[in-house]
Design a protein around this ligand. Sequence first.
Ligand SMILES: *Cc1c(COP(=O)(O)O)cnc(C)c1O
Length: 400
Amino acid sequence: MSNIPFDPRPGLGLRPIINVSGTMTELGASIVSPEVVAAVSDILPHFVEISHLQRLASRQIAMSTGAQAGYITASSASALTLSVAACMTGSSLSEIEQLPDTQGMRSKVLLQMGHAIHYGASIEQTIRLSGAQVRLIGTATLASGYQLEAAIDDDTAAAVFVVSHHVVDHGQIGLPEFVEICHARNVAVIVDAASEYDLHGFLSAGADIVIYSAHKFLGGCTAGVVAGKLDLVRSMYLQNRGIGRGFKVGKESIVGSIAALRAWSTRDHIAVRAREAAAMQVWMELFAPLPGVQVAIEPDPTGNPLSRLRIQIDPASAGITAWDLADRLEQHSPPIIVRDHDVEQGFLVLDPCNLHPGQEHIVADAVIAICRAAMRSPESSRTLVERRAANAQSLLSWPD
Ligand SMILES: *Cc1c(COP(=O)(O)O)cnc(C)c1O
């Protein structure tokens, strides 16, 4: 465990959480890579010309993705708002200053209903923040090319396509068909690939703008990495004269994103994958004998080179529900935060991608101790409705 970095959290009064949830913004996103830490630390005391620093970022993004140009924003969410703004204003400075009033501009943005996700906030609201209106295509579970085609008119500014485990995984229009239909009518396609590892495929499929989060798999500081067509990327940059000002990104995030892209290109991805697989193997072997517990390795739903461990709980024989197990782990010392999106279906998920060396054993010991205790004395559990209500109450009572 000697390569776990110095931990300032106890001194700050912060709980030393272990993250087996994934790259969650609300947990601090990811382990920022050492190359990024060094690059950010080096630049902080110095002045830079941000326009030139962004030009260097553009070149790095072009090199890493094959795009014509690139740009760093505050986050993927802000990149979504700004890319839609760019599609509405082009490089007209007066229209950039006019937003979010879109009078005289094309202002309709198309989105498949099954892509109208919530990633901590609603993507529809993120698009509307630019002044645009969202036109949903199809139904939640079925959208077809003819519906997209029929929705395009003279007021259509852009179309947004989301790649994420959050989207409905069937019945949607695929990216190649989506692009073909939009491009036939001169509508730009913006791809939200915030959590995707693939830096080339969406551009190759014809996307005009692709958006990644620097602070997720890339291990950078909080930022959005935008790759795409030169004229649109330039228009995004120009939004700094308007609504982009509130999404301002500093030198640390731009330098950090450049360093993260460079580090990504030289990272030993095979070794990382092997480390993650070894952690899951430990968990598989130790959890398999627990009564009422079924474990399985599941591949990432959007095809990222990442697997996770699913722990299915049968409360009748385990003496505990999936959500109570998640909550007890969160109350454990040290606290362990699991992926609990699916607890209502009786399972929780462990994501090994943000573990420091050795932490897989702390996680294993905690799961086993909690399950054994529950078997000895099953406790009455909170219902899911009670759990949701308690979470909502805790949100609304912040900062108490
Ligand atoms: C995480 C995520 C976002 C938001 O990313 P930020 O960079 O934190 O704003 C948007 N879309 C998808 C699909 C995401 O996974």
